[in-house]
Design a protein around this ligand. Sequence first.
Ligand SMILES: O=C1O[C@H](COP(=O)(O)O)[C@@H](O)[C@H](O)[C@H]1O
Length: 250
Amino acid sequence: MQGGHDVTSAAVVVLDSSDAVARRVASFLLEKACQSKGVFRIALSGGSTPRKLYALMAQPDYADRFPWGRAQFFYGDDRFVPADSPDSNRGMAQSLLFAHVPVPRDNIHPMPDQGDADEAARTYEVELKRAYGADRLEAGRPLFDVVLLGLGENGHTASLFPRQPVLEEKTHWVASCVPDDAPHTRLTLTYPAIASSRHVLFLVTGAAKAAVLERVRVGDPVEPASHIRSEGEVVWIVDREAAGQATGKG
Ligand SMILES: O=C1O[C@H](COP(=O)(O)O)[C@@H](O)[C@H](O)[C@H]1O
């Protein structure tokens, strides 16, 4: 997709702590969802970083204000494991968030986790196309209002892993990926699907991410996350440790 913004032109918001990152992203989602008219589509990230965010969104003082009935929740990626596996992104979001809020069941769109992974990717793509109302992504009409992304120490984001064919996928919206440096077959949104968005938010916390964050922010082409674009904005929301800044306590 032409135009839009990439990781190097993205705004960078550095906050004091991972708690502050969760609060900022929760506020952002609430504001954008409330401002939107009609359906609000979010692609969720998995792994460990968004756990605080989802727990925060489940708190009554937040949940009472969020327009759950208009929000449609998709996944940016998931491990191809049953939902009750501790490694399931779907299971994590369900237990920390969806189990506690009045979201209609039909508004949650987990990635399939059984059968053949390539067929499962096609099935999820059909579900996305139904939600979007077209078979082709159109510039100026984003698939997602917000895509949440994390950043792995090996430069992966969603399940776009280094050295894998999925990095070359230009047509499909969803694909399978078998990382050579992480467990589980995965399903993931592809670069063009992520780029069809109003806002891409990267959440990055902890000192272990500082080196890769620095490489991606300058656009090192080796890192899969460096190739993320959005037709709207890309924003880094990071804590001081990930930003490589000393944490001033006290
Ligand atoms: O495997 C995954 O890793 C990334 C980063 O996870 P984190 O634990 O370092 O926060 C995550 O964004 C992705 O959704 C997940 O499947």
